[in-house]
Design a protein around this ligand. Structure first.
Ligand SMILES: Nc1ncnc2c1ncn2[C@@H]1O[C@H](COP(=O)(O)OP(=O)(O)O)[C@@H](O)[C@H]1O
Ligand SMILES: CC(=O)OP(=O)(O)O
Ligand SMILES: [Mg+2]
Length: 384
C-alpha cells in the first residue's frame, strides 16, 4: 500500500510517500520532502504548501497513485485516543478543537481538506499527538481548578508530540536492550515546539505540555510555563488587548523570539557564539527550564535509565545538549564531548561511561509511525 504522510508542523510541512505492508512498522520511503519556513516570503501559508506538494508528487511518483493518506493531528481532545478514519464530521471536530492548538489544528484541517478536495475517494487517517499521553494518571492530568472547568470545558492536561515520544521511547529501549515495559526515561522532543515526557514502564506518565501546546519548555515562539496571573494582569492593564491577541503574543511572539529576537535555534546559537547577550540569555533560560524538568521527571519515574534527545534541536544542536547536560551534574550526568559533537546520524549514545543517566540521541520519525498506523487502520477496515 502506498501511504502519503502529511505532517503539518507550525512552520513546516513534511511529507513522505511510503510503501507499507499492513502489520509492518511503516515500510520504506519512496519519496519525501519538506516545505520549510511556511509564513515566509516564498510559501505564504499551508494551502500554498499543499499545492506545491501536489505538483511535486505528480513528478516524483511517475504516474503511481497513493492508496491512503495519514495526517498528523496535534489535538485530539477527549474524543480521540487512537487513530481514526477521516470523514467530513471528523474534520469539523478537529476544527472545533482549533482554539486548543491554534498553531497546529488549523494547519492539519487545511491538509485534510486539501487532500479531500484533490483525492475525494482516498481513505484518510488522522493520528493524534495527544493519544500517547492518555496513559497519564488522573493526578497528573488534572489541574487543581474548580471541577466545572473540566466538566464543562474539558480543561485538563492532554500533552502533545505523542507520536514522536512514543516512537522514540520504543527505539531507545531497543537500543539499550531494555524491554519496553521496564523502561523508565526522560524524552526531550525539541523542535520549534518542544516538550519533555516522563516515561514510566514505556508509557507516558507525565509531560510538559498541558491543555494546549503552550505549556512547559521555553520554545521558539512560545512562552512555556507562565504564572496565569500574567494573562489576567495584561488583560486588565491594556483595555485594547483581546484574548485572541494575547493568545497570539504568547504563542508566536514569545519564547526565544521574545528574548533573542530570533526563533530559530541555529540563528540564536550563532548570535550567542558572536557574544550577543540576549541570545545567551535566551539559551540559558531554555536550558534551565529543561534541566528542571529532567530533574523532576527523573524523580517522577522512580529513577530514569536514560535521557533521550530528539527532533530538530535535540538531534542537531550539540551545543544546546551540552548546555542542558552541564546542569545535570546532581544526577551524575557526564557527556562524552566528542560523541556529542560528532556529526553522526542515527540512534547514538552521547554520555560517558559511568554517567548517572545514559544520554541518547534518537532521531524521531513521526512519518513512519503515522504510515504504520494508517496502513493498519485502512487494511483492517478493508478486510472487516
Ligand atoms: N544543525 C542544527 N543546529 C541547531 N539547531 C538546528 C539544526 N537543525 C535544525 N535545528 C533547529 O531545529 C528546530 C526545528 O525543529 P523541527 O523538529 O524541524 O521543528 P518543527 O517540526 O516544530 O517545525 C529549529 O529551531 C532549528 O533551528
Ligand atoms: C505540538 C507541537 O508543538 O508541535 P510542533 O513541534 O510541530 O510545533
Ligand atoms: Mg515537529
Amino acid at each position: 500500500m502506498l501511504v502519503l504522510v502529511v505532517n503539518c508542523g507550525s512552520s513546516s510541512l513534511k511529507y513522505q510517500v511510503r510503501e507499507v505492508a499492513a502489520g509492518t512498522d511503516g515500510g520504506t520511503v519512496l519519496t519525501s520532502g519538506l516545505v520549510e519556513n511556511i509564513g515566509g516570503p516564498q510559501v505564504r501559508d499551508h494551502t500554498e504548501a499543499l499545492e506545491l506538494l501536489a505538483r511535486r508528487l505528480d513528478e516524483e511518483l511517475g504516474g503511481r497513485t497513493v492508496d491512503a493518506a495519514g495526517h498528523r493531528v496535534v489535538h485530539g481532545g477527549e474524543r480521540f485516543s487512537a487513530p481514526v478514519l477521516v470523514t467530513h464530521e471528523i474534520v469539523r471536530e478537529i476544527e472545533r478543537l482549533a482554539p486548543l492548538a491554534p498553531l497546529h489544528n488549523p494547519a492539519a484541517v487545511l491538509g485534510l481538506r486539501a487532500v479531500l478536495r484533490t483525492w475525494p475517494h482516498l481513505p484518510q487517517v488522522a493520528v493524534f499527538d495527544t493519544a500517547f499521553h492518555r496513559s497519564m494518571p488522573e493526578h497528573v492530568w488534572r489541574y487543581a481548578v474548580p471541577e466545572e472547568f473540566y466538566e464543562r470545558w474539558g480543561i485538563r492536561r492532554y500533552g502533545f508530540h505523542g507520536t514522536s515520544h512514543d516512537w522514540v521511547t520504543g527505539r531507545a529501549a531497543q537500543f539499550l536492550g531494555v524491554p519496553r515495559e521496564d523502561f523508565h526515561a526522560v524524552v526531550a522532543h525539541l523542535g520549534n515546539g518542544a516538550s519533555v515526557t516522563a516515561v514510566r514502564g514505556g508509557r507516558s506518565y507525565d509531560t510538559s505540555m498541558g491543555y494546549t501546546p503552550l505549556a512547559g519548555l521555553v520554545m521558539g515562539t512560545r512562552t512555556g510555563d507562565l504564572d496565569p496571573s500574567v494573562v489576567t494582569s495584561v488583560l486588565r492593564r491594556d483595555p485594547s488587548m483581546t484574548p485572541e491577541a494575547l493568545d497570539g503574543l504568547l504563542n508566536t511572539a514569545s519564547g526565544l523570539r521574545a528574548i533573542a529576537g530570533h526563533h530559530d535555534m541555529r540563528t540564536v546559537q550563532e548570535a550567542a557564539d558572536r557574544g550577543d547577550e540576549r541570545a545567551e540569555l535566551a539559551l540559558e533560560m531554555a536550558a534551565h527550564r529543561l534541566a528542571k524538568y529532567v530533574g523532576g521527571y527523573h524523580v517522577a519515574v522512580g529513577g530514569a535509565r536514560a535521557l533521550v534527545f530528539t527532533a530538530g534541536i535535540g538531534e542537531n544542536a550539540a551545543a544546546f545538549r551540552a548546555r542542558v547536560c552541564g546542569r545535570l551534574g546532581a544526577l551524575g550526568v557526564v557527556l562524552d564531548d566528542d560523541a556529542n559533537a560528532a556529526r553522526s546520524r542515527g540512534t547514538r549514545r552521547i554520555s560517558a561511561p559511568g554517567s548517572g543517566l545514559e544520554v541518547l540521541v534518537v532521531p524521531t520519525d513521526e512519518e513512519q509511525a503515522i504510515a504504520a498506523a494508517t496502513a493498519e487502520l485502512v487494511a483492517g477496515t478493508a478486510a472487516g
